[in-house]
Design a protein around this ligand. Structure first.
Ligand code: F6P
Length: 341
């Protein structure tokens, strides 16, 4: 069998672990040939690729980023390129293509699968918002990085009697905010799923200082929004891929809290540091299992499917189902964390 693999969309710790696993399972156990497309869908559209053998994936298990490179492609560009992609798949004699990506990539994968290409998807995103899988690799690493940052910020906040407003990633969902906030014992956790009330937030932080505490930590997901009428927030418009541009909720909340409470507040934007660097052991294992199962699915001819973690098992689920909805934080999960707004 000949298998093509690519990584698309925002990078994520564990991508290299999937690539390595695909190559190991395919080459060693099945005697397959594997090629990697460069820079995501762009590589497939342009036929830009290289052969992946065991030597080429040596030493990448613990490395962050993606050895193949990644990029975003506008959906219309990909739609226009279906025949080109089909041509490259045929010219290269590929029996399967394994795209590894998040929401946008999986939508594109589904579109190519419906157009008849032999696709087996692998989900990735630090945001953990793919509904079909219990967890995506990259999430555990992002939560670990954010938790360490929160732990560190506590000591400096306490020394200066400050409020630290820590903005974490989470475009549509607050999984990173919820988990890192719970793990670090944050005093308020704000997520996109539940618009916040600035008066309520001010009261929670204010009461803490009134009770004699010397600092407060607020975790806010980048996509969080105020309740209508609670606070004006400028709109940032959309980028060329149709993604909302954020205007900096962390900065804004720090200014609001400082003004309202008369306490010094500092914003900390964790940004892409959550996505960089070595994956945790959990993410390496999940990524490796996804790669292994993607190759097996290809050999069984199970195309149009996605690897998914269900409980402790890896199952194959239809790509078409995976792109219907995002996995948002449910209300009962908020309830388990204190001071969720
Ligand atoms: O989808 C993952 C994610 O990390 C989001 O949380 C974040 O908004 C986005 O990627 C940022 O990606 P980039 O800056 O690479 O476009």
């Amino acid at each position: 069998m000949r298998i093509g693999v690519l990584t698309s969309g925002g990078d994520c710790p564990g991508l290299n672990a999937v690539i390595r696993s695909v190559v190991h399972r395919a080459v060693v156990d099945h005697g397959d040939e594997v090629i990697g497309f460069h820079d995501g869908w762009k590589g497939l559209l342009e036929g830009d690729h290289r052969k992946l053998d065991l030597d080429s994936v040596a030493g990448i298990l613990a490395r962050g980023g993606t050895m193949l490179g990644s990029s975003r492609v506008q959906p219309a560009h990909l739609r226009d390129g279906v025949e080109r992609a089909r041509g490259h798949v045929a010219d290269l004699g590929l029996d399967a293509v394994i795209p590894i990506g998040g929401e946008g990539t999986l939508k594109a994968a589904n579109m190519l699968s419906e157009a008849g290409l032999p696709i087996v998807g692998v989900p990735k995103t630090i945001d953990n918002d793919i509904a079909s899988t219990d967890v995506t690799f990259g999430f555990d690493t992002a939560v670990t990085v954010a938790t360490e940052a929160l732990d560190r910020l506590k000591t400096t906040a306490e020394s200066h009697q400050r409020v630290m407003v820590v903005e974490v990633m989470g475009r549509h969902t607050g999984w990173i905010a919820l988990h890192s906030g719970m793990a670090a014992g944050a005093h308020a956790i704000i997520v996109p799923e539940r618009p916040f009330d600035i008066d309520e937030l001010t009261a929670i932080v204010g009461e803490r200082f009134s009770a004699g505490k010397r600092f407060a930590i607020v975790v806010v997901a980048e996509g969080a929004k105020p309740r209508p009428g609670s606070m004006e927030l400028e709109e940032g418009g959309k980028d060329m891929y149709g993604h909302e541009r954020f205007v900096g909720i962390g900065n804004r909340l720090a200014v609001e809290l400082e003004t309202r409470l008369g306490k010094e507040a500092r914003p900390v934007i964790l940004g892409h540091v959550q996505r960089g660097g070595t994956p945790t052991a959990y993410d390496r294992v999940l990524a490796t299992r996804f790669g292994w199962h993607a190759v097996e699915a290809a050999h069984r001819g199970e195309f149009g499917m996605l690897t998914a973690l269900r409980g402790t098992d890896i199952e194959m689920v239809p790509l078409a189902d995976a792109v219907q909805t995002l996995k948002t934080v449910p209300a009962d999960r908020y309830a388990e964390a204190q001071n969720v707004l």
